[in-house]
Write a protein that binds this ligand. Structure first.
Ligand code: NAD
Length: 347
């Protein structure tokens, strides 16, 4: 971008979206030419995974139902045993970002194709990114080969999301789109995706929370989260993701809840330095974006402060110093004193 030349890179994937799309999974597996599927899931997706297992019939070779947050390498090692025993030639994941992360980790170790069926708004299914934890340390890598080749968005699978997860996971998606708006490597395409993602999330989320079984609004929210995931895959994330990474990794915090409570504070910190993002978000919200997002975040029925998540006040300075010292793009210089005040406000 220093030269005025923008680079837009896309990642090949085939996406099916719509109510009942999950029933197309066996056909998509056949399309891949795979005959021995490893099915991975999280506990919450057990019913949907059981149903899929029946529909896969002879093509199902093994199951692993203990996908965990932040893709611990010890859990992946257990899943790899099932891969070896079953001779899997494809991995199908159904669940939130944890299940998708495990599919990526298995595919990275074996080269087998991935077909993923996301049940939250985390967006990992369309990114070339994998974060894995070993001995409590999270490291992230980026590789085109990590992008799942097939994604199936079925809004019916999101009907079981509790109100709290719906709210926080949608704000997690909003954070991807917001950071794409102020990213230095934003392009006309990422700006369009991010603007439409923010519009869709902020429009559909209140409707979904008012009527959680409304399938049309659920579908709208899921499609906005898809766009937000593409933003995450296409641009470099800034301060918000650095803070979430540092806090989440150090204190093992719930991913979506942490993103949700941080976002209003990062908006307030960055927007005065990010005119394009500020203008677009003001147009979408018709108000001060930080205040609007703050009202949505604070209405969460779970923890809404770092203190309530168990982070100690004394640790905030060290986190701020660590995040200030990292190299990443951000519209406002991340300065340790100011970041300490940001974290204290979130505490
Ligand atoms: P998750 O997958 O851990 O799910 C959170 C909780 O919600 C779990 O208890 C899960 O069982 C439950 N759940 C999921 N879907 C549900 C549904 N439809 N109904 C009821 N309950 C449901 O969390 P997440 O927020 O989806 O994903 C977080 C993980 O994904 C983290 O490990 C994060 O690092 C990773 N992630 C990675 C990327 C990437 O691009 N690599 C992007 C976003 C998130």
């Amino acid at each position: 971008t220093n030269s005025g030349i923008t680079v837009h890179q896309t990642h090949p994937s085939r996406v099916l979206a719509g109510p009942g799309a999950r029933h197309r999974v066996p056909g998509e597996v056949a399309r891949l030419g795979a005959g021995r599927v490893l099915l991975v899931s999280t506990r919450s997706a057990k019913d949907a995974a059981d149903d899929l297992a029946v529909r896969l019939g002879d093509r199902l070779a093994g199951r692993f139902g203990r996908a965990a947050a932040h893709t611990p390498v010890t859990v992946t090692a257990e899943a790899m045993e099932v891969v070896r025993e079953s001779g899997a030639d494809a991995v199908v994941a159904i669940g939130g970002g944890s299940a998708v992360g495990l599919a990526k980790a298995v595919s990275a170790r074996t080269g087998v194709p991935q077909l993923v069926v996301p049940t939250t708004y985390a967006g990992s299914e369309v990114t070339p990114v994998l974060g894995e934890t070993e001995n409590g340390v999270k490291s992230t890598r980026r590789d085109q080969a990590l992008v799942p080749g097939t994604v199936v968005y079925d809004p019916e699978l999101t009907l079981t999301m509790p109100a709290g997860l719906t709210r926080t996971s949608a704000l997690n998606a909003l954070a991807h789109a917001v950071e794409a708006l102020w990213a230095p490597d934003a392009t006309a395409v990422s700006d369009a995706f991010a603007t439409e993602a923010c519009t869709g999330i902020l429009d559909a989320l209140p409707a979904v929370l008012a009527r959680p079984d409304g399938l049309a609004d659920r579908a709208r929210l899921q499609q906005a989260a898809w766009l937000a995931g593409l933003c995450l895959g296409q641009t470099r994330m800034g301060l918000h993701h650095q803070l979430a990474h540092a806090l989440g990794g150090t204190f093992d915090l719930p991913h979506a809840a942490l993103h949700a409570l941080l976002l209003p504070h990062v908006l307030a910190y960055n927007l005065p330095f990010a005119p394009k993002a500020d203008a677009r978000l003001r147009r979408i919200t018709g108000d001060d974006p930080a205040a609007v997002v703050g009202r949505i975040a604070r209405a969460h029925d779970g923890p809404t402060t770092l203190g309530a998540l168990g982070v100690t006040w004394e640790s905030l300075r060290a986190v701020a110093e660590r995040v200030a010292a990292q190299p990443y793009p951000n519209p406002r210089p991340p300065e340790a004193d100011a970041l300490t005040r940001l974290l204290q406000a979130a505490w």
